[in-house]
Every structure is written in C-alpha cells, then in structure tokens.
Design a protein around this ligand. Structure first.
Ligand code: THU
Length: 138
C-alpha cells in the first residue's frame, strides 16, 4: 500500500494513544509503538515494566508479538512515541526483533511536542544477525 500523510498521521496517533497505556513506574520512560501491517492494520504496543529488574518489555517488541499472535507477519512501518524531548530510536534488541519480520521497515519516532525523526531499519541495524532457517533441521 502506498504511504501518504494521512496514513502517517493515523500511525502516529496510534503510537501516541498506546503511550498512554505504558506501564513504566520504575524508569518513568513511557513508550508507545504502532505497527502498520502490509494489509493496513494498525497494531500497537507499550512498554510494560516489572518489579523484577530485567523483565521490562519494550513497546516495539510487544507490538510485533501482538501482531504475530494475530497471524500478521508483514510490516511496512512502525511509529514510536515517547515523552522525551527528542525522538527516540528503538533499542538494539527491538531492532533485531523488527529485522526478523521486516528487514526493510521504515521507523518513525515522535515526541509529544511534535518532533519527528525517521530511519530505515537498514540504517539502524546494518549487518543484522540471522540464522540460516534450515540450520538444525533434519
Ligand atoms: N523501551 C522501549 O519500550 N523501547 C525501546 O526501544 C527502548 C526502551 C522501554 C524499556 C523500559 O521500560 C524503558 O523504555 C526504559 O528503558
């Protein structure tokens, strides 16, 4: 599907709405994410932290997991929203998770104040790790 500014706006709004559901009482760094699937659905995620250090789940990874659990595995774009003063790029682990399904995905990041940055995953994760899928199979 061709991208247009209306699609960008709806993806941004979905990420900003997901940000409202972020559960981040430990870091106070709230993140929302919205994926646009090849078939046009918008699937969201937010970060979910835990009393146990190290169990925090990132918004982008949860959006991917939610989409995959609904049978949606092709993604064109992801929007990220935070309350930081500058647009936040996805963490390294989320880049690798995105690469599994969408090595050419476009990534847009937004602040509440309307700042925006965009990258391609190729720019943020050159030389991604990948196993040969036939490895280990008989
Ligand atoms: N976080 C995300 O949700 N996505 C990222 O790409 C970077 C970090 C979350 C994890 C944790 O809850 C908080 O932000 C601070 O690291």
């Amino acid at each position: 599907m061709k991208r247009d500014s209306r699609q960008d706006a709806s993806l941004r709004e979905a990420a900003l709405r997901a940000l409202e559901n972020a559960y981040a009482p430990y870091s106070n760094f709230r993140v929302g994410a919205a994926l646009r699937t090849r078939s046009g659905e918008l699937i969201t995620g937010c970060n979910v932290e835990n009393s146990v250090n190290g169990l925090a789940m990132c918004a982008e990874t949860l959006a991917v997991a939610s989409a995959v659990s609904q049978g949606l595995t092709e993604f064109d774009e992801i929007a990220i929203a935070t309350e930081d003063s500058e647009p936040t790029p996805p963490c390294g682990a989320c880049r690798q998770v995105l690469n599994e399904f969408a090595p050419n995905i476009k990534i847009s990041s937004y602040t509440r104040e309307g700042k925006e940055a965009t990258w391609t995953l190729q720019e943020l994760l050159p030389y991604a790790f990948a196993l040969n899928p036939s490895r280990g199979r008989v």
